[in-house]
Design a protein around this ligand. Structure first.
Ligand code: ATP
Ligand code: MG
Length: 241
């Protein structure tokens, strides 16, 4: 049995009467890209908020590399890089200058590492340009570079292609494929079934806070045309249950 990098057990979050996340159980293993799929309001961002220790669960646990994460115990997140929403950068500084500023947060991250991640995300050529001139896709890749700076073992991404045009989407998708080939574990939330189908090994489909289907993409697709059909059937089945 492979060791889970991320493990959610009976994870639950209620906001008053709103059951945003209900009894979530899943494990993400080293080196895989795990797709966390669901429509608007399914509970993706709430789950990621608990994974990143930004929210207290109502019940259940988050473990990163076997260690419990809560807002009061963030140490395991040193092994995690995250990109949630559009990243904020200083527009009048270059991509490299922005990353060098962030690198000050980590004693082990030097200028050579900054250039290495810029190369990794395909921004080496644009590193000296001011961020205000970057396309949205480039800014998103710079956000990924920032998330990679401290060599995390797990990347947690909440809708990383949101707001990107098709070119930007392809750029980010190619990058995610390259990162997983390099052995980085990725937890990727998205409502874009097609995107997830192309980059992820396994997926969980979330609907109204509950997982309605989970498994390897190949297995889920075996009897269906595409993930859209898997999703629609799972949602229909859960509505009948
Ligand atoms: N702070 C909050 N207070 C009350 N309800 C909330 C809060 N945050 C989220 N919710 C509700 O919890 C549910 C899950 O929301 P969440 O943002 O986690 O979904 P999501 O899957 O990320 O959706 P989206 O695709 O729109 O980003 C929704 O019904 C939402 O309205
Ligand atoms: Mg969200």
């Amino acid at each position: 049995m492979r060791f889970p990098v991320l493990r959610l057990q009976d994870l639950t979050k209620h906001y008053g009467d709103v059951r945003a996340v209900e009894n979530l159980n899943l494990e993400v293993y080293e080196g895989e890209c795990f797709g966390f799929l669901g429509p608007n309001g399914a509970g993706k961002t709430t789950t990621i908020g608990m994974i990143l220790g930004l929210l207290w669960p109502t019940a259940g646990t988050v473990e990163v590399l076997g260690q419990r994460v809560t807002p009061a115990h963030l140490a395991p997140l040193r092994q995690v890089g995250a990109l949630v929403g559009a990243p904020g950068f200083y527009p009048y500084l270059s991509g490299r200058e922005n990353l060098r500023l962030l690198a000050r947060l980590y004693p082990e991250v030097d200028d050579a590492r900054v250039d290495e991640v810029l190369e990794q995300v395909g921004l080496a050529g644009a590193a000296r340009r001011k961020v205000k001139g970057y396309s949205t896709g480039m800014k998103q890749r710079l956000g990924l570079a920032a998330a990679l700076l401290h060599r995390p073992r797990l990347l947690v991404l909440d809708e990383p292609t949101n707001g990107l045009d098709p070119v930007g989407m392809v750029e980010v998708r190619d990058l995610l494929r390259r990162l997983t080939r390099q052995g980085i574990t990725v937890f990727l939330s998205s409502h874009l079934l097609h995107e997830v189908e192309q980059v992820c090994d396994r997926v969980a489909i979330l609907h109204r806070g509950r997982i309605v289907a989970q498994g390897p993409v190949d297995a889920l697709l075996a009897e269906r045309r595409d993930l859209e059909e898997v999703f629609m059937r799972a949602v229909q089945a859960s509505a009948l249950a």
